[in-house]
Design a protein around this ligand. Structure first.
Ligand SMILES: NC(=O)c1ccc[n+]([C@@H]2O[C@H](COP(=O)([O-])OP(=O)(O)OC[C@H]3O[C@@H](n4cnc5c(N)ncnc54)[C@H](OP(=O)(O)O)[C@@H]3O)[C@@H](O)[C@H]2O)c1
Length: 398
């Protein structure tokens, strides 16, 4: 299939990112309340979890943001563990999965993976582990700060309070290594290599998204007097089947002829295939220290040009055949295009500028999560590309 054909079948799904239209038809989260908050054991989080697992009950996992790209992969994995079709190295046992959603549309999505749909303001009583994935992942600030503040700041605050009140044992927040990107990178030509968890936040984050993730992280990691184990998981670029954010942006960039290779794409980037993010989240349900952020990646960084070409090829684009590439291997730069790229840096749209900042070396050290969470990053990039191709060819994108 040629690029256009592929684009046409991929786009409808990638483009779907509707605001919640219908309110959730309230199906009360009816369940056996296995323990009231007041009857809980003292705060020995890990051993309590282990006891529950040994008793065979399995943990009750509350997922927020389960209707999204990562969320649906997570719910699928949780269901597989619950049904005994998948084992997690950390010995995680799942008894119940509740997905907290904000619309009927989202409720339908999570029910497909066997999760019980609960309204967002439903109490968290009986939940052992909260996994908070909800976010506005737009890279530009066009929607205004409140669109980012709502899921990252207000919702996180609400969930932390509700979780403390309900005696939740673990709170896992999905953040992003984008928190380290400095808005001034565009001018400073900053290079990001081997970023560790302890790296400082920049004073001016790249965009509202990065700012909102930073604020949420501070809330989650901040409360040292809490009995709840609080963990932040930071993946870099997340990619894989069903992605509705980055794949969509990349698709639009290529299809509109605006794709360029900054620095010929010859620099290293860390990535994280979606199943590897899920592995990190599952490992964090039982392992990991409170107050700690953990980086997860696909392992060795990849050369951007090679990775991006492979990912785009998996969904039907032959980048080397595109006339819009700024550079072609072995050829001199095309000067008029070079000039237009420089113009773009001076007066480009916000998306173009952000793309430029994202195009550059960005590698992340994930050794702490490998040591403390038992994270392995089991899906290699080659296998991820194969799965992405399979997904695209199967037309599952429609
Ligand atoms: N994708 C990446 O490349 C990437 C990279 C690093 C980190 N992450 C992080 O991973 C997490 C999941 O990302 P994703 O790619 O799966 O995002 P996504 O596909 O856009 O899903 C976002 C989820 O958040 C929910 N949500 C958004 N705003 C909300 C609000 N105000 N109140 C309640 N729920 C809200 C959405 O619910 P609806 O279905 O109702 O809209 C959806 O379930 C995010 O925290 C993101 O920051 C992603």
């Amino acid at each position: 299939m040629g690029p256009l054909g592929t684009f046409l079948f991929v786009l409808p799904s990638l483009g779907v990112h509707l605001p919640p239209s219908q309110p959730l038809q309230h199906q009360k989260c009816t369940r056996l309340r296995s323990r009231a908050p007041s009857q809980q054991q003292p705060p020995q989080q890990l051993s309590q979890q282990q006891q529950q697992q040994q008793q065979g009950r399995g943990l009750c996992i509350g997922v927020v943001g389960g209707s999204g790209f990562v969320g649906q992969h997570l719910l699928e994995a949780l269901q597989a563990i619950k049904e005994g079709r998948r084992e997690e190295g950390a010995g995680l046992r799942v008894g119940e999965v509740r997905a907290y959603v904000r619309s009927e549309e989202a409720a339908e999505k999570v029910r497909r993976f066997g999760a019980e749909a609960c309204a967002m303001d439903e109490p968290l009583d009986g939940v052992d582990v909260v996994i908070h994935l909800a976010a506005n992942v737009a890279l530009t600030d066009e929607q205004g700060w409140s669109a980012f503040e709502s899921p990252a700041v207000n919702l996180t605050r609400h969930l932390l309070e509700a979780a403390e009140k309900a005696g939740v044992q673990r709170f896992i927040y999905a953040s992003s290594t984008l928190v380290f990107l400095d808005a001034r990178s565009r001018w400073l030509a900053k290079r990001y290599r081997n970023i560790s968890e302890g790296s400082p936040y920049p004073r001016r984050p790249l965009n509202f998204y990065a700012k909102s993730k930073q604020m949420a992280e501070r809330m989650v990691l901040g409360a040292s007097d809490s009995n709840m184990t609080r963990i932040v998981l930071r993946p870099p670029i997340v990619w894989g089947p069903n992605d509705t954010s980055l794949l969509r942006v990349w698709n639009m960039t290529v299809s509109s002829g605006r794709h360029t290779w900054a620095g010929q794409g010859r620099y290293l980037k860390s990535t994280c295939y979606v199943s590897n993010v899920v592995e990190g989240l599952l490992k964090a349900c039982v392992n990991g220290r409170s107050g700690q952020a953990y980086h997860v990646t696909d392992g060795n960084p990849v050369e951007w040009r090679e990775f991006f070409t492979a990912v785009m090829s998996a969904i039907g684009w032959d980048l080397d055949a595109l006339p819009s590439s700024l550079y072609k291997d072995g050829k001199a730069p095309n000067l008029p295009r070079w000039r237009s790229a420089l113009r773009l840096l001076r007066r480009g749209t916000q998306m173009e500028v952000i793309r430029h900042v994202l195009e550059g070396p960005f590698t992340v050290d994930d050794s702490v999560s490998r040591k403390e969470l038992g994270y392995e990053g089991r899906v290699h990039v080659h296998e991820g590309v194969r799965r992405l191709r399979e997904w695209a060819l199967a037309g599952k994108a429609t």
